[in-house]
Design a protein around this ligand. Structure first.
Ligand code: HEC
Length: 267
């Protein structure tokens, strides 16, 4: 009896200790996504703006190693994000890619080509860590799938909401929260102390299509782009699923009719 009481008291103490509160995870609020739902599709304008945000801001710290520039064009997975071959070539040509060795045995730099992988900001993880206060910025190729549960990103929940939440979640630390040196407080980051300075604010980018670049818009568009990057065939998969269900419904009707006909006289 005594032992039980001690365990209960210990449990209660743990539950209400400030350490337990500090680790509390807050789920990012749900956003409206064009790709949510059975017939959801990616908004091409949003994808292109989202790439612009990644390209101009996030790519200074985060790699996307699984992507190639040609993926953004008409032959890319899921039909790309709406850029023409010429636009893709121009985007790639702005990058400097290490190549070689040449005939002298030396590595050299040349302008990027569509078939090159996205250029990473740091040569290796140690360099990434050293430049970011000890925390390496994670690769963003499949971050939307990696955060959130199971397949919920297909319905516009989990990963996309989390990325949007992180970008909008910077605030002052609440009273009594011991924020380690060099870290920022973020409502939606597990543990709240994040090593990323707020990357976006109003007008951090100037959108080429004239859309007003509010923080919310930039975050929405880059989260849409990162969802496409993680699951570029989402539209095809949903369409195939819808077709399969239609087919099964039609087949059910045919089989039911056949059953009625075959068994007509057996009563
Ligand atoms: C100045 C460098 C820098 C820039 C610019 C930057 N990040 Fe980060 N980011 C980091 C670092 C460092 C971390 C790791 C934080 C940690 O582990 O505490 C991080 C973490 C993240 C996370 C959380 C990952 C996780 O593990 O859950 C997301 C999401 C993210 N960044 C998205 C972005 C997006 C989107 C952009 C562009 C709008 C961006 N970041 C721009 C440095 C940067």
């Amino acid at each position: 009896m005594m032992r039980l009481a001690t365990i209960a008291a210990l449990g209660a103490a743990l539950m209400f200790s400030p350490a337990a509160f500090a680790q509390e995870e807050i789920e990012a609020p749900h956003q409206d996504w064009s790709f949510a739902g059975v017939f959801g599709t990616f908004d091409r304008g949003s994808l292109q703006r989202g790439f612009q945000v990644y390209n101009e801001v996030c790519s200074n710290c985060h790699s996307m190693k699984l992507l190639h520039y040609r993926d953004l064009g008409p032959d890319g997975p899921g039909g790309g994000i709406g850029f023409s071959d010429a636009e893709v070539a121009a985007i790639a040509a702005q990058k400097q890619v290490e190549d070689g060795p040449n005939d002298q045995g030396e590595m050299f730099r040349r302008p990027g080509k569509p078939q090159d992988a996205f250029v990473s900001p740091f040569p290796n993880e140690q360099a990434a860590r050293a430049a970011n206060g000890g925390a390496a910025p994670p690769d963003l190729s499949v971050i939307v799938k990696a955060r959130g549960k199971g397949l919920e990103y297909l319905w516009g929940e989990g990963g996309p909401d989390y990325v949007y939440g992180i970008l909008n979640g910077f605030t002052d630390a609440p009273k009594g929260f011991a924020l380690p040196q060099g870290k920022m407080y973020n409502t939606y980051f597990p543990g709240h102390a994040i090593s990323m300075p707020p990357p976006l604010a109003d007008s951090t980018v100037k959108f080429q299509d004239g859309t007003k670049a509010t923080l919310a818009q930039e975050a929405h568009d880059v989260a849409t782009f990162l969802t496409w990057a993680a699951e570029p065939y989402m539209e095809d998969r949903k369409q195939t699923g819808a077709k399969a269900i239609l087919f099964l419904l039609a087949m059910t009707g045919v089989l039911y009719g056949a059953k009625r006909k075959v068994w007509k006289d057996v009563h």
